[in-house]
Design a protein around this ligand. Sequence first.
Ligand code: FES
Length: 144
Amino acid sequence: MNNCSLDDVDLPMLYSINNNMKKLKNGMNIMDIEKGIINSVSLESGREAALFWVNDTLIAFDSTCPHMGADLCGGYHGGSLLICPWHGYEFDINSGDIVRNPNIETMAKIRVRSDTFDPACKVEYKLKKLKVLIRNNQFYIEER
Ligand code: FES
């Protein structure tokens, strides 16, 4: 019998929504890409990309979180991390790999290992990185 209650658990911090999110179209001028926020770009396929500056480099990812589909444009970017607004998973902006899932510690505390469930068993998630081209001061995000 598990005697652990939610009161005993430090729940992970949830991140606030990025209300500064700016909507852009592929092919617009790079001067429209605001620094310090995650810009949302509509792609031809109807999908959205999360686009942001890291120093003088433009980084783009498919904006759908591989965990449960949150819009990453509403998340947070800081240092080498992109953080999902729904459950706080942290992704490396160079590789797209997940580097921290703050729910793992919580789930390990509130769930009990059994024959069919192992709280140490982690599912790995990876962001889909998109290629950004710049021509004549206009940016183009390639979908593959
Ligand atoms: S939907 Fe992104 S971490 Fe859950």
